[in-house]
Ligand binder design. Structure first.
Ligand SMILES: Nc1ncnc2c1ncn2[C@@H]1O[C@H](COP(=O)(O)OP(=O)(O)O)[C@@H](O)[C@H]1O
Ligand SMILES: N[C@@H](CC(=O)OP(=O)(O)O)C(=O)O
Length: 525
């Protein structure tokens, strides 16, 4: 499809004010900045108002990206370590990138000046933290925000260098300093106020034909953005901008064509999904599929704004839409698909349909088993366990309990600070009973909104694991019935992913639908 036809294919997007919010992740900004400019933003801005939201650059992987480097430098500063060399790597990476790609001398000169200014600001914060010997959440946020500032300063310069009219907008001070989240946290009021402020940033643009380039970092949040939102906050920022301007679509641009039935880099037969529900997208993201930050969905879906996951390397693709399948879209009077139980039940109760939507794996999992010494009653036992986990910031992914046993699966990366927290937590849990830790585990999760209407999905999943000699350490099915998970040995993760995908997600292996609940609603036709 030519770029013109791509433009015409996007024109259908603008039934009203025509804004599209395009979010670009760190690795995309790091590896495909010119594609983003010439094949995406330039094309879409011919037929729609486009606002761009960028994450900090990651020239290779997210873990080696600018945000990770800044957080590492902050950690070193508080431990009196060598933070300067890491910061100089960040500075040099951005200066070299600017010199390589910005052709206009005036734009390049301004970008070099701004890049050095932001890096010097970070240096001052790191030096102060080294002297104090600690880093407050506010300081850490300020250090971390430099990543998005540097990448957006560059992208703005690149857009202007390529003939677009782009304006850099730093959101690091958009949240009023006096805001107190302690009582209510990130509640409706916080999101509504922030979305409105973000929308005002667009409405107040001096030139209404410019492309605003927003930093994905949206401000110093009491308690810190990392604690409050966590990594991947640019998705949420882009979502709130979309809500604030009542955009027609939020586009999250990645390096894959959309959301697949499994990680396409691990399962060759994985199929692209045309749409998933927000709940499915959240489960897939939480259990390893890095699709989109979970906080993102709620805000935009409430505003009836579809989210489209697209591939920077294949902008012509349709991608995957994240939208509820029983909520009308902006401008539609009724839901496009009335809930299944009120549909005319097909004459046959069997039809080829897949129970699950996708499968995913989450790695670096450990299992903590706590065997109660019965010194506390069971309700106190659980309470004390969760208090300890909260104290050491340990997040439980799966849990199974009995009267005297609690088994918990947690993600644990072996860095110094995480290991220290885990060690201290285990010591404290030993006051409640014996504790054993199993490492090198993984969680395999089957996700699908339809699963609750099927019988036999879990047994098929577990029998498939057994047939492939995969031992199960723990199992869990969410109360929402859209996630069935098992904790297995890390070495079996790829085999588990592929064998369950083959059995439950590939075309020829669809599980027949036998649904007594639907049957009981069968209308006399
Ligand atoms: N079900 C899935 N669908 C699509 N991608 C998936 C899925 N599960 C895991 N992934 C992986 O998620 C990653 C998405 O990362 P990436 O495209 O780099 O996004 P970003 O630029 O936001 O970091 C890819 O490496 C992809 O292989
Ligand atoms: N740069 C931040 C925010 C972010 O959202 O990044 P990405 O869009 O690459 O996941 C981080 O690394 O967490």
């Amino acid at each position: 499809m030519s770029s013109i036809s791509l433009a015409s294919s996007v024109s259908s997007l603008s039934p009203n004010n025509g804004w599209i919010i395009q979010k670009f992740g760190g690795t995309s900004v790091g590896k495909f900045c010119e594609k983003i400019c010439d094949d995406i933003v330039k094309i879409y801005s011919k037929t729609n108002r486009v606002a761009v939201v960028c994450s900090a650059r990651s020239s290779k992987t997210k873990s080696e990206g600018t945000t990770s480097r800044l957080l590492r430098a902050a950690d070193l500063a508080s431990l009196d370590g060598d933070y300067q060399s890491i910061l100089e790597i960040v500075r040099e990476d951005h200066l070299q990138n600017a010199k390589d790609l910005i052709k206009d001398s005036t734009l390049l000169e301004g970008l070099i000046k701004d890049t050095n200014f932001e890096c010097d600001q970070v240096l001052k914060l790191l030096h102060a933290s080294q002297i104090i010997g600690e880093i407050s959440p506010r300081t850490l946020d300020s250090i971390m925000s430099a990543g998005e500032k540097l990448s957006c300063l560059f992208m703005t310069a690149l857009f202007n260098d390529h003939g677009l009219n782009a304006t850099y907008i730093d959101l690091s001070t958009i949240i009023a300093p006096g805001l107190d989240l302690s009582r209510s946290g990130f509640d409706e009021k916080f999101y509504n106020n922030l979305a409105k402020s973000l929308g005002d940033k667009i409405r107040d643009l001096k030139s209404q034909d410019t492309i605003p380039v927003f930093t994905g970092y949206f401000g110093i949040v009491p308690g810190g953005l990392l604690n409050g939102v966590g990594r991947g906050y640019t998705d949420l920022c882009a979502a709130l901008i979309a809500v604030g301007i009542s955009a027609d679509e939020l586009q999250v641009w990645k390096e894959v064509d959309g959301i697949f039935t499994a990680d396409p880099r691990k399962v060759p037969n994985a199929r692209l999904l045309s749409s998933v529900t927000p709940e499915e997208a959240a489960e897939l993201t939480y259990y390893g599929s890095e699709v989109i930050h979970p906080f993102t969905m709620e805000q935009v879906i409430k505003a009836k704004i579809p989210i489209r996951i697209k591939n920077v390397e294949n902008p012509k693709g349709d991608g995957t839409i994240i939208y509820p399948d029983d909520v009308s879209r902006k401008g539609e009077s009724t839901p496009p698909h009335p809930p299944q139980s009120f549909q005319k039940i097909p004459s046959s109760i069997f039809q080829k349909k897949k129970a699950a939507t996708a499968i995913t794996t989450k790695h670096d999992i450990i299992v903590l088993n706590v065997h109660s010494n019965k010194k506390v009653l069971s309700h106190g036992f659980l309470a004390l366990i969760f208090q300890t986990l909260d104290k050491y910031k340990l997040v439980v992914d799966l849990i199974s309990t009995s009267e005297v046993y609690v088994s918990m699966a947690l993600q644990h990366t072996d860095d110094e600070s995480s290991s220290r927290l885990l060690r201290e937590a285990v010591q404290e849990l030993k006051k409640l009973g014996s504790v054993d830790v199993t490492k090198n585990m993984a969680i395999v999760s089957l996700v699908g909104k339809q699963m609750k209407q099927f019988i036999g999905v879990a047994s098929t999943m577990f029998s498939t694991l057994a047939e492939n000699n995969v031992n199960i350490e723990m199992i869990s099915q969410g109360a929402n019935e859209i996630n069935i998970s098992a904790v297995i040995d890390e070495k079996d993760a790829r085999k588990a992913l592929q064998s369950i995908h083959t059995k439950l997600l590939e075309q020829s292996n669809a599980i027949p639908i036998l649904n007594q609940k639907i049957e009981s609603l069968k209308l006399d036709i």
